[in-house]
Design a protein around this ligand. Sequence first.
Ligand code: ACO
Length: 314
Amino acid sequence: MTAHSVSGARMMALGTALPDKVLTNHDLAKMVDTTHEWILERTGIHERRIGGTTAGLAAEAGRVAIERSDIDPATIDLLILATTSPDRRVPATASTVQEMLGLSCGAMDLNAACSGFVYGLIAAHGFINLGHHRVLVIGAETLSRMTDWTDRGTCILFADGAGAAVIEKTEGPGDLHGWHVDSNGALESALYCDFDAKIEMSGQAIFKNAVLAMEHAARQSLEMAEMSAADIDIVIPHQANVRIVEASCKRLGIPYEKTSMVIHRTGNTSSASVPLALEDAWSRGRVKKGDRLLLVGFGAGMTSAAAVITWDGK
Ligand code: ACO
């Protein structure tokens, strides 16, 4: 597969949503045996947002992305909702979001844990390559509902939020130059959540494998794009832990200053974290037309995904 055979689409605009309720490290220190200093030093997180439903956050982010794209919502052919915390087992939360946004299109959930948004972005380019005109990709989570608030090993990390992007067909080759998706199911026990249960995690196992998975996915997508790490203007990584991103950047030879990080205020929002970090970079003017972006995610599964794109949006 060459990069050119999957192009022909571009990301038009972004939207995000975060719940109103802020939970600080100091709040957590009143709930479990931990401190603000420990959480900050080990993860980079100051505070996170919790509350709402996955569909509600997804619809809010999707609405903003549609408005910023300045398109007729009726021209959207497909809604892909990346989530690991759907509101119901059945139906797909994407169908609820479709109704909330008043869309007439296909809708499906995609669960690839924290790699979900990047998987969805790549899938959107594929659907457009098969004839769709516009695809709305959303990453949305309410991990607070799956978090054990008495477990200091996990409750310091996870949070809620959503991010969305409108992807549309273009005449030219499009913005996607290289991509990679992966999974290593042998590591399933390192991070899982059974039905009607809470997240169980082996933090150190995830940490070690996340660094390797992120590096591998990034290198594969750069190779397909026929680019080197030095060609990348900004890295949009999954926001799991500042130290994971620092270690991965070091292995890739990319200065940490080239990353967009929002984890200090959002925590780990799984599928939502890449679009939240991308929107933050865009809103600060760190992403300009023609810039080369490396989007890279990893998560339970242990999944990973990366995409090298040129920013051609608003
Ligand atoms: N506050 C204070 N002490 C704590 C806390 C806490 N919240 N949590 C653990 N500790 C203690 C441990 O009990 C241990 O104590 P001990 O030495 O007396 O046994 C000590 O701190 C060190 O524990 P470690 O687990 O070695 O701490 P580590 O430096 O690995 O940090 C952390 C833990 C933050 C969870 C880290 O391992 C991590 O971030 N891992 C990656 C997790 C991750 O990214 N998960 C999401 C993946 S994406 C997805 O799919 C959702």
